[in-house]
Design a binder for this molecule. Sequence first.
Ligand SMILES: [Zn+2]
Length: 432
Amino acid sequence: MTVQSDLSARLMARIADKRDDLIALTQELIRIPTLNPPGDNYLEICEYLRDRLQPHGFACELIRATGALGDSDKYPRWNIVARREGTRAGDCVHFNSHTDVVEVGTGWTFDPFGGELKDGKIYGRGTCDMKGGLAASIIAAEAFLEECPDFAGAIEISGTADEESGGQGGVAYLAQKGYFAPERVQHVIIPEPLQKDRICLGHRGVWWAEIETFGEIAHGCMPFLGDCAVRHMGAVLEEFEKTLYPALAKRITDMPVVPEGARHSTMNINSIHGGMEEIPADANALPAPCVPDSCRMVIDRRFLVEEPLQQVRDEMTGLLDRLRDSRPNFDYAMREMMHVLPSMTARDAPVVTSIAQSIRDVMGVDAEYIASPGTYDQKHIDRIGKLKNCIAYGPGILEMAHKPDEYIGVDDMIDSAQVMAMSLLDLLKPKG
Ligand SMILES: [Zn+2]
């Protein structure tokens, strides 16, 4: 046996031995309910992570994203960046996990913040997305440091706020402050639940806009004296069905997006509001008879790396302009709400080839390359941090995210912790 493979074997065994520690760590993270919105307990979870990592030689910074979107004195957006220097100069490998979880919703049979272990799975809100991945990366780093104290470069672990609501008070803030600058960090792994044998290279783009159609108010008994904005919106919907949706379905990307349906351009109609405000179902009242003079629709368009953003915008305004030219009294306004450009890391980037090799070494399979249908914090690391060597890799099943009875498999966490540790061995060149 070579020295290196002997070291690999010891490292894998050490992680397997930490099974109980990994379970307890995941459970304790789940029991800190970091619900977003509103952004509860960010300081508590950062302090917990600091107390965990400091004894392993990590220098820990707690950073509040003061003034960022979502930050307030009542709900401060706290983040932690923990850094462990090696004994020599070299690359820094950074594991970034978001600490927030989405609302619980209904349909649970387990306590969402209990972290119950049953049949090899830990249940709770955030187990899969993504405290299980955070725990796996911590165990990977701790095992590596115990086995290979003499290594080049540095390891960083961050726990960041608000990924579920856009990441402005988390990774975007840290990226603006230089925490992901290429001279500080060279490899980024985001342990989102993409499955332990898959490497996620990036994501599609997002374009949100609000479209408003206009009409003229009149008495509902004489609608011909007014102009119904909801009917105008109906014409927009008809045009979507006739021309836009068929055109989107025909476009297909070379990005390996999963699931298959998301390899096409897609658009969700997020909401439509027209006419009077809705009367609550339990109110003892009737609406007034009025012709709606305004109707607003929010659209959520997901676009491909092959589609320039301007083309996405122009396609929508072109459709609406055609209606204005052809439909009597049709007028509209469009307001862009948000956009995120697609992000795609090259398959031959160092962090990609390293994790692919580690997946082969640990699990004996070839990694599957995927891209995400929705965005995640990679967008900020790419666009603001200017760091291209970034992937999402972590345990858990994506389809479990945000669901009732969310869980993470303990074996999956062990396997992916071993993969992460093997890549630390590869990228940080320990003397052994
Ligand atoms: Zn997530």
